[in-house]
Design a protein around this ligand. Structure first.
Ligand SMILES: *[C@@H]1O[C@H](CO)[C@@H](O)[C@H](O)[C@H]1NC(C)=O
Ligand SMILES: *[C@@H]1O[C@H](CO)[C@@H](O)[C@H](O)[C@H]1NC(C)=O
Ligand SMILES: *[C@@H]1O[C@H](CO)[C@@H](O)[C@H](O)[C@H]1NC(C)=O
Ligand SMILES: *[C@@H]1O[C@H](CO)[C@@H](O)[C@H](O)[C@H]1NC(C)=O
Ligand SMILES: *[C@@H]1O[C@H](CO)[C@@H](O)[C@H](O)[C@H]1NC(C)=O
Ligand SMILES: *[C@@H]1O[C@H](CO)[C@@H](O)[C@H](O)[C@H]1NC(C)=O
Ligand SMILES: *[C@@H]1O[C@H](CO)[C@@H](O)[C@H](O)[C@H]1NC(C)=O
Ligand SMILES: *[C@@H]1O[C@H](CO)[C@@H](O)[C@H](O)[C@H]1NC(C)=O
Length: 832
């Protein structure tokens, strides 16, 4: 029998883990835990085949392949000189960023218990572990695993700001002994303590796990075991991992377990066997290229607000996606968008509790597009477990488009279930087979270390106080000239003028190396300057960039963190993966609790607004001449709290605009992106077209409307800035702030296709009273505006705290109370 012992700490956690800030997912967790106690009872019979063993797949380079290194397992990241520094650590000269587990005594010989050695590699150096909680940016680590089989008898305990990286050419195996015990996960990404989760699940940022085989097959099938426990927030990823589980009758194994958080992104995962390939519960996620073979349930979706699945392959399972959690009277799954996928040889493709009478009214919203069913008993089974209905019969066929929930086309709500007209997909956004283009973060494993140039080796310091502008620029140009990949060793690279990335650049950081702008050059609100300029206007070609952060230090009223100008062909677009913006709230920013505290009790005006806390003009600008950009797992964050403060207290930072796409030729992919806490808007598409985006996620600035969105950045017509009303809105007994920033604004554009959106407004002048559903209150009047546009689709629009979910050409079309869905309000299908 499955042990439910692991649920005890989860229950304990509920009493404590109420999010410190915004993400109030606890009711869903609670609901889940109670349902878990009675769950799994009906899976008593599963005649699954034996586990299949998979070999490491060949690398899939995106560039011409140079000769392979002589040793097939050579990996440049292991061989490169390790000289990354944590500039704002109290001991930057001795703190070790890169760690090889073998240097800490791990054997990887398939016999020795390596648990302690690996945990020492993770924890050494006074790093922040789950026992302390809180968060910090000053103890980053890359923990590297050479090829081998690492036996463990207890969990590997993951720490804050950690990348666990295996050798991608010869994947290391982390294998549990049959006696494995004592933890929730071979890798426990957030260990429970007496008071619940160690790190608040919605505040764990900047971490990765990649290139592993996680092997549970020695653990008896009947023992409950989890591969990775991963309650997590933004700027996190799991990539290129194979989970090996028992598929014997009665298996209790599961690959990934997520019960809370605000994610997130994952890609290129294979799950073999298991009771559940994966158990997922989190506000939102984007997941791409996941394969499930021979599980009882491939994906058990325990709760969510919105989730985007792309390129999912499910083979030989009993249930593909179970999103029936909570049952028809209390569905806990808000919405799912499931595209470009296949489900084969499976009894029930998708099991849902949604039906004409289910609650909440728009709970279980579901959209399918381009999904191949093959030899499936029932494709979609609804209203489980009381009175099962077949929503879509089984067989072998392709679903072009199907959905259920509430629609606005553009008026509504209409309650619908059945076939829908799929998006007419622009050809330039597609790869073969009609699927949207997708491209995983390059790890450059096919290149030997000679093909890399280290920024520190050629003179950039990354020490957080030397001006590195010239040295970093020289390194970028030298790498390009020599046809090399620039490795920006971990560090904080202070720059006082623009860093230019020419076409042809390939740049990779180390656990998020930081480019940190400062000084007068970036401080003129009337003459903004790019911190990182990707191509000059008119320049053609493409770049690749991964694993970095761009930030500002102190007052930077004219800083545009990313300016993308390149004209990249749609056949080989520029790619940016795991590159984030972090504005304020961290050591080295000079924009922390001491400098920029919250001031809710003072009415903020143009006269008393703290000008020192204006930290950016705009975060990302896709300029008019630009085109062809693929963004994946990119989080543009203006700090709402001080990361280094043990209590994570809130702060007030002003950054004018989030992500502005004005590309006239379009062709942009935004896969798993999020933009938070800017003044005027989070995402704005203006005079552009041809965009695939999903899942997008935003949060309105917590201080608004004190001050409201017109402050402190002057209106600029050239940037299509929104004009805000000066009034408040009144609805019955409610007085609603009208001038909070937009979550999403689409102006003069066409062919913008959004596959899942979470636009959240949790706060009003730092109070969450307005987003507590049941109060009949809201935090802001409107959150998504479309003006003078056509050919716009939004699937599974989830909003929090917005009075109207959609405003179309000045008319409010979706009233929140018409689309209640637990903590969020959901429109499954919007089409203009
Ligand atoms: C699976 O296990 C159950 C319970 O032990 C048993 O009743 C059933 O016969 C088994 N099925 C197979 C195919 O072995
Ligand atoms: C693993 O731990 C168990 C106790 O939990 C112990 O009995 C067993 O000997 C350990 N095995 C190894 C290989 O360390
Ligand atoms: C999908 O993931 C698998 C496993 O990591 C990988 O081998 C494959 O190349 C990925 N596919 C794509 C299209 O990236
Ligand atoms: C699925 O099951 C069939 C029959 O049991 C088997 O032949 C096939 O290899 C399985 N496929 C996978 C991917 O495991
Ligand atoms: C509904 O379907 C589920 C899953 O197939 C099954 O376990 C359950 O017994 C069914 N309930 C009814 C009332 O038919
Ligand atoms: C913000 O909230 C505080 C505390 O409730 C209140 O005293 C203050 O008046 C509010 N300010 C504005 C501008 O609404
Ligand atoms: C709001 O007030 C400001 C300052 O008084 C003014 O410039 C702006 O035009 C007003 N906006 C609207 C929409 O009336
Ligand atoms: C507003 O009025 C509604 C009924 O119209 C009531 O349910 C709600 O409690 C009132 N809210 C407040 C904050 O008074």
């Amino acid at each position: 029998m499955r042990s439910t012992l692991f649920l005890a700490p989860l229950l304990a956690a509920i009493t404590r883990t109420r999010a410190q800030h915004d993400h109030l997912e606890i009711p869903e967790v609670e609901q889940y835990v109670h349902s878990m106690l009675g769950e799994f009872a009906h899976w008593t019979h599963y005649p699954g085949p034996s586990p299949t063993y998979w070999h490491h797949p060949s690398p899939r380079p995106t560039k011409p392949v140079p000769p392979r290194p002589t040793d097939q397992c050579d990996y440049w990241l292991a061989d490169v000189k390790h000289q990354g520094i944590a500039a704002f650590n109290p001991s930057p000269n001795t703190y070790q960023v890169f760690r090889n587990v073998k240097d800490f005594g791990a054997k990887g010989d398939g016999v020795t218990d390596d648990t302690t050695a690996i945990n020492n590699a993770v924890s050494s150096g006074g790093r922040l572990g789950p026992a302390q909680g809180g968060s910090t940016t000053v103890t980053p680590a890359v923990v590297y695993f050479p090829p081998g089989v690492y036996m463990i008898n207890a969990s590997i305990i993951d720490y804050y700001y950690t990348q666990l990286v295996g050798n991608p050419n010869c994947l290391p195996t982390i294998r549990a002994f049959p006696t494995f015990s004592g933890g929730l996960g071979l890798i426990d990404g957030d260990q429970y303590g007496a008071n619940g989760l160690g790190f608040g699940a919605t505040n764990i940022f900047w971490r990765q796990i990649r290139n592993f085989i996680i092997d549970m097959t020695l653990v008896p099938a009947g023992s409950s075991v989890t591969g990775i426990h991963w309650p997590t927030a933004q700027a996190t990823s799991i990539q290129n991992v194979i989970f090996q589980m028992s598929s014997n009758n009665g298996t209790q194994h599961q690959g990934i377990f997520i019960e809370s958080g605000s994610g997130g992104f994952m890609n290129d995962l294979i799950f073999n066997g298991g009771l559940n390939g994966a158990v997922f519960g989190n506000q939102q996620f984007t997941m791409r290229n996941l394969t499930f073979n021979n599980a009882v349930t491939a994906i058990s979706q325990i709760w969510d607000w919105g989730w985007t699945y792309k390129s999912i392959t499910i083979n030989n399972c009993t249930v593909g996606l179970n999103m029936a959690s909570g049952g028809p009277a209390a569905q806990s799954v808000g919405s799912v968008t499931f595209i470009d996928s296949s489900i084969s040889n499976t009894a029930i493709g998708i099991l849902t509790a949604h039906g004409p009478n289910s609650l909440p009214p728009s709970g279980g919203s579901l959209i399918l597009e381009n999904v191949v069913f093959s030899n499936v008993g029932v494709a979609i089974e609804g209203e489980y477990p009381t009175g099962n209905t077949t929503a879509l019969a089984g067989g072998s066929f392709t679903v072009a488009g199907w959905g259920e929930g509430h629609s606005y086309k553009p008026n509504g709500p209409q309650i619908f279930e059945g076939a829908i007209t799929p998006v007419s997909r622009p050809a330039s956004l597609l790869q073969g087979g009609g699927k949207y283009y997708e491209r995983s973060k390059p790890q450059y494993q096919q290149y030997s270390v000679q093909r890399f140039l280290s920024a520190r080796s050629v003179g950039a310091t990354g020490d957080g106080h030397t001006d590195d502008t010239a040295a970093l620029q020289r390194a970028i140009l030298a790498a390009k000239a020599q046809g090399k990949i620039l490795f920006i060793d971990h560090g904080d690279y202070l720059v006082s003028s623009t860093i230019y990335l020419p076409a042809g650049s390939r740049i990779v950081g180390e656990s998020y190396s930081v480019i940190l702008s400062h000084g007068n050059f970036f401080n003129n609100i009337n003459a903004p300057q790019p911190v990182v300029q990707i191509g000059k206007p008119g320049e053609s070609g493409s770049i690749e960039w991964s694993d970095m952060i761009v930030s500002t230090q102190g007052q930077q009223r004219g800083a545009v963190l990313f300016e993308y100008n390149l004209n990249s062909p749609s056949s080989s677009p520029s790619g940016i993966w795991d590159v984030h913006a972090r504005i304020g709230g961290f050591a080295g920013s000079s924009l922390q609790l001491a400098e920029c505290p919250t001031i809710p009790n003072i009415v903020v005006t143009a006269d008393n607004l703290d000008q020192q806390c204006i930290a950016a003009f705009m975060t990302m600008h896709l300029t008019k001449p630009s085109s062809g950009l693929y963004l994946e797992n990119v989080w543009l964050w203006v700090a709402d709290h001080d990361i280094e403060d043990p209590q994570l207290r809130q702060i007030t930072i002003y950054a004018g605009r989030g992500l502005l796409d004005q590309s006239q030729s379009g062709t942009v992919w935004m896969v798993g992106t999020a933009v938070e806490h800017h003044v005027k808007y989070e995402y704005q598409f203006a005079d552009t077209h041809t965009v695939f985006a999903g899942q997008i996620q935003t949060e309105t600035a917590y201080y608004q409307p004190n001050p409201s969105a017109p402050l402190p950045f002057p209106y600029l017509a050239s940037l299509n800035d929104p004009v805000f009303p000066n009034t408040t809105a009144v609805d019955g007994n409610l007085t609603i702030p009208a001038a909070d920033g937009w979550g999403l604004r689409i102006v003069g554009s066409s062919d913008i296709h959004i596959y899942g959106a979470g636009l959240y407004s949790f706060f009003d002048n730092y109070s969450t009273d307005c987003s507590n559903q049941g109060n009949g209150e809201v935090c802001q009047d409107r959150i998504f505006e479309e003006v003078d546009s056509s050919g716009i689709t939004v699937y599974n629009l989830n909003t929090v705290g917005a009075h109207y979910q959609i405003e179309l050409n000045g008319v409010d079309v979706a009233y929140y109370a018409d689309n209640l869905n637990g903590f969020v309000d959901t429109v499954a299908l919007f089409r203009d």
